[in-house]
Design a protein around this ligand. Structure first.
Ligand code: GAP
Length: 459
């Protein structure tokens, strides 16, 4: 299958089957803004819950946080974002389109020079749309500004956070004092971040409003390398849990000139999306940069005293930083499977191409579909009672329209692991047929045993 073509199909499926819609569509949409539909919100929530469990609640060295999106603007002066969080913007002198210079170079296979103090060697770069001449690059700050209160003056400027990390750093002392933690420990947060991206691209890959999973893991300065490599392993495990194939993952060591201004070591976890190999997540060693800056700007003591040695120092930080929306996109791309010629045995679907979304069970938005073979009243009644029983434990969908073959294929397309079919025999033998999404194997299961059957399957 041609790669970009497969991506268009994933985007279409996402819209048609209620995962992700273009935002504000009835008003013509808004560039790079998307809304998660009924299945998308389930998928995203499942991913978030799994992340929280794996990275926070199942560990003894992690706690969570949910900080404000709009915080004191001094935070972003201290962190360096107001001064440094920018991308190189170029305009086409002919068609007036705007681009990120580094992306244009990357698209031509040239590794751009990220040193912002020097102009880049552009190797005769032209506008990719019309071939026109490009302006020299100017740095464009990505922070989304707003004003608090009735006056729109410099005193009321505030920013929507560009990363969730800021809220963690400024709560370091609160968490330390209230939770009596000892190094090493981490604070995790899931939440929205905002960036006024110059270019947005590839569906939900790069948007202006997005969600992050972030951890700031505080360590003794001399221990950073050990913790960095431990987090690298955990992030790899997370990628595999998501169903991403090992061969589609690349751990890319970022060179000193290309790292974010606060980082002394960064590894990008890149994924081979259908539109190219791109950054999925990042792991950075932020040193004591942030806590030191916040101490300077706030005048507060953000040091840590070792309870045994009584040594006082500023902790260093390892930061696993992951995009929630990019995770959703990678999960969809990895799960999307087309089966040429079909695999169903029903005559009408024979030889037709079938789509199966092979989502890991834990992430599937709908776990079970209840499908009565006919709409006849007594079958519906039994089916609805099975639906309500199963709904006590799992997210279950009911579908009684169209042929059973079509209904199976609808469920395959949205990644539902199991379909329960209730037929006329079910009224006699109190058994139903359970069909497996991946193997298409069918088991006849007693209605009274369904709960324990699915407990085994989902555990
Ligand atoms: N605190 C570090 C930090 O924010 P980053 O590499 O700028 O680092 C971390 O962002 C992750 O957030 C990225 O790896 C990506 O998954 C996600 N991300 C960043 N910008 C994004 C955007 N405009 N749209 C969607 N996801 C984005």
């Amino acid at each position: 299958m041609e790669q970009s073509n497969s991506f268009d199909k994933i985007v279409n499926l996402a819209k048609q089957r209620g995962f992700i819609y273009p935002s504000s569509e009835i008003y013509g949409g808004l560039s790079a803004a998307y809304d998660y539909g009924p299945l998308g919100v389930e998928l995203k929530n499942n991913i978030k819950q799994a992340w929280w469990k794996m990275f926070v609640t199942s560990r003894a060295d992690m706690v969570g946080l949910d900080s404000a999106i709009i915080m004191n603007p001094k935070i972003w002066e201290a962190s360096g974002h107001v001064e440094n969080f920018s991308d190189p913007l170029v305009d086409c002198k002919s068609c007036h389109k705007r681009f990120r210079e580094d992306h244009l170079l990357e698209n031509k296979g040239i590794q751009p020079e990220y040193d912002k103090t020097k102009p880049r060697d552009r190797k005769g770069l032209k506008c990719p749309d019309c071939g026109g001449e490009l302006t020299p690059a100017r740095q464009f700050n990505l922070m989304l500004k707003t004003f608090l209160g009735p006056l729109e003056d410099s005193a009321s400027v505030a920013y929507l956070r560009p990363e969730t990390a800021g809220g963690i750093f400024v709560n370091f002392k609160n968490v330390l004092d209230s939770m009596r933690l000892r190094l090493p420990f981490g604070i995790a947060q899931i939440g929205k971040a905002f960036r006024n991206e110059i270019t947005t691209e590839n569906f939900i890959f790069r948007t202006r409003e997005f969600e992050q999973f972030e951890i700031e893991y505080f360590v003794k300065p001399e221990d950073w390398e050990q913790h960095f490599s431990e987090w690298q392993k955990v992030m790899k495990q997370w990628c595999l849990f998501l169903g991403l194939a090992q061969d589609d993952l690349v751990e890319h060591e970022i060179g000193p000139k290309d790292r974010a201004f606060y980082s002394k070591r960064t590894i990008d976890f890149e994924y081979k999306f259908p539109f190219g190999q791109k950054e999925l997540f990042g792991l950075a060693y932020r040193t004591d940069y942030d806590l030191t800056q916040h101490q300077k700007f706030s005048g507060q003591d953000l040091s840590y005293t070792d309870p045994i040695t009584k040594e006082k120092f500023t902790p260093h930080v390892i930061e696993p930083s992951l995009g929630v929306d990019r995770t959703v996109l990678a999960v969809l791309c990895a799960a999307y499977t087309e089966i040429e010629g079909g695999r169903s045995t029903t005559t009408e679907s024979n030889k037709e191409k079938e789509v199966v979304l092979r989502l890991p069970y834990a992430l599937a938005p709908i776990k079970i579909a209840v499908l009565p073979l006919s709409k006849k009243e007594h079958l519906s009644e039994l089916s609805r009672s099975i639906l309500m029983e199963l709904k006590k434990k799992w997210v279950v969908m009911y579908d009684e329209t169209a042929s059973i073959g079509k209904r199976y294929r609808r469920q395959d397309e949205i990644g539902t692991p199991y379909c329960v079919t209730i037929d006329f025999e079910s009224l006699e033998d109190h058994k139903v047929t359970v069909r497996d999404r991946d193997t298409m194997q069918q088991d006849r299961v007693a209605i009274d045993d369904l709960e324990s059957y699915f407990n085994t399957k989902f555990n």
